[in-house]
Design a protein around this ligand. Sequence first.
Ligand code: 6PG
Length: 474
Amino acid sequence: MGQNLVLNMSDRGYSVAVHNRTVSKMRDFLQGPAAGRSISGAETLEELVGRLASPRKIMLMVKAGETVDTYIEGLLPLLEKGDIIIDGGNSHYPDTERRTALLESRGLLYIGTGVSGGEEGARRGPSIMPGGSSAAWPALKHLFQAISARAADGTPCCDWVGSGGSGHYVKMVHNAIEYGDMQLISEAYHIMRTLLGMRYDEMARAFDSWNQGRLESYLIEITAAILRTRDDDGSPLAEKILDAAGQKGTGKWTVVDAAHLGVPVTLIAEAVFARSLSARTEERQRASAILGDLSPAPPDLDEAEKARILEDLEAAVYAAKITSYAQGFMLIREAAREYSWEIDYGAVAAMWRGGCIIRSAFLEDITAAFREKQDLESLLQAPFFAKIMRDALPSWRRTAVRAIEGGLPAPALSSALSFFEGYRSNRLPANLLQAQRDYFGAHTYERVDRPRGEFFHTNWTGTGGDVASGTYNA
Ligand code: 6PG
């Protein structure tokens, strides 16, 4: 990714000096793809720093974690006031907060930026989500916006996110939404393959046709291409791939932070845990030998029924996807409040329209919803999305029921449905839950016929006493 970003910068007329700890790797790059360009190599950090004009802009594209700190420690004594260090990896946002404070205390500037789009995106134009020292942005804006992808309206898919770790936070949520999108697509594939008995070329065509409509997105596009890909023996390659998902941590961080902030990102959490369950491959195989015969036989369907089920499935995936993005923005909004970041949600959606892994036509609609109402409480309340959700609900419910009756796990599709049913409910059964808490622990409750903030305790058994416990919420 680092090499491709350098080539991209060089395409836009910037001179770049590069450094790699493994000098042979750097030489291969300079003699290979970088040959004939204004890209030079530096064997040491001293040499690298000596090559750069002030204020120096040094971008690290290294593994998140200790490696970033090691490079910062190496660079600190070499830099001068106003120089900028940029971390373009998937760093955890508290690390970026800490590093920004450290560099600023030394008179330097720090940027933690999300860069999405993989190797190809880095070369052709990624989505870039910078945050950190705001004083560094004017010096970087031109470069970052020049190398980033462009949305259909020509706007660069890069804008200032906010202070501290906000750039990496937004990238973390981007990745978590990516987990959700991937899980939803995988559940749809599972339903097509197992419940509808579709062949691989048929499924590829279905995803192709979804990609012509409102679900148009990079991830749907590559899914169709993956389903078409054959192994050397001519069979679908996907069938040969072990069903054990990996994960590098951004999804997990999102769920942990969401739990900390009390934000119900249920679809993302299910997507993370679905990966965790898939990775317990051997245990599942042992369980399958004991429990695997519980799946009912797939239904015998004619073509018209199949088409109807597919239509429902498309609507269900779309509605669940809207719910997932609504949850993701709910989290960003809460994080901004908690960590004192000023984030323009419309600008975030706009940055995701091109270059990144979750790029899609749908992000244009999200951008428009936030542009129409800056302080939109939830995407689900935007008139455009509210109508889609109302229309899709019957299809979504039928799809969830079909998956359950067919014995197929569809955790993202069905938990998002439960979230949505809860979100649109004026009254949930939490009244009973509060009564239970008060019954066994005198935790108190509020009453519908009294103002919020007044707490009551009932002596439910007549023996529990009238003393209430504290009313704090964690
Ligand atoms: C991107 C990707 C990128 C990477 C993820 C994969 O935006 O370009 O999200 O950051 O592919 O780190 O994450 P997992 O390994 O956790 O799936």
